[in-house]
Design a binder for this molecule. Structure first.
Ligand code: AMP
Length: 192
């Protein structure tokens, strides 16, 4: 199995690049942000809870997010593997993911971190708001919050995978195709 954590700050291009990776490697895409948004749309209890955090640019609590992710993996039951997009976002989530994958006889193959500097992220998110309809993209104060949460709680997750020698950092500036080619090269360098 090929299990990839696609990592990076909000606006780094994780969603766009996930689509390319899925197509090439036949992986199952699990985006916790997308799953929360589907629950908000469906007006589920989980959606209502998640919305109260997401609207402020805060993280949904670990316990809720981890339980949801585990259920989604079991439901998808992929043979080829997964792209985890937007998860893990805290050290506790990273540890829980390792333990869970071990329990189903697999593991993370690699983490690819998309590196994009802050001003570029802010511009991309505001531009994305014009088409995404996401309230958390449209408000500069919420964007600031999301980037601050990323720097404080999520960026340390990189060292979790660095210690395991699974981290590959990629320059996330360039055309979509250029970045995709960097990602493919990173994956191919690790594929057994
Ligand atoms: P994203 O679509 O990845 O930008 O996520 C949008 C929002 O969903 C985030 O700002 C968080 O509020 C929430 N969210 C997504 N993934 C996670 C996660 N792994 N842990 C906690 N909150 C999350």
């Amino acid at each position: 199995m090929l299990n990839i954590v696609l990592f990076g700050p909000p606006g780094a291009g994780k969603g766009t690049q996930s689509e390319r990776l899925i197509e090439k490697y036949g992986l199952t895409h699990l985006s916790t942000g997308d799953i929360f948004r589907a629950n908000i749309k469906g007006e589920t209890e989980l959606g209502k809870l998640a919305k109260s955090y997401m609207d402020q640019g805060h993280l949904v609590p670990d316990s809720v997010t981890i339980d949801m992710l585990r259920a989604e993996v079991l439901k998808a039951n992929s043979q080829a593997g997964y792209i985890f997009d937007g998860f893990p976002r805290t050290s506790a989530q990273a540890t829980a993911l390792d333990e869970f994958l071990t329990s189903i006889d697999t593991e993370i193959s690699l983490m690819i971190a998309l590196e994009v500097e802050e001003n570029e992220l802010k511009n991309r998110l505001l531009k994305r708001a014009e088409v995404s309809g996401r309230p958390d993209d449209a408000d500069p104060a919420i964007i600031e919050n999301r980037i601050a949460v990323y720097n404080k709680e999520t960026a340390p997750v990189k060292s979790h995978y660095e210690t395991q020698q699974k981290l590959i950092s990629i320059d996330g500036i360039g055309t979509i195709d250029e970045i995709t080619n960097r990602l493919f090269a990173a994956v191919d360098s690790r594929k057994s």
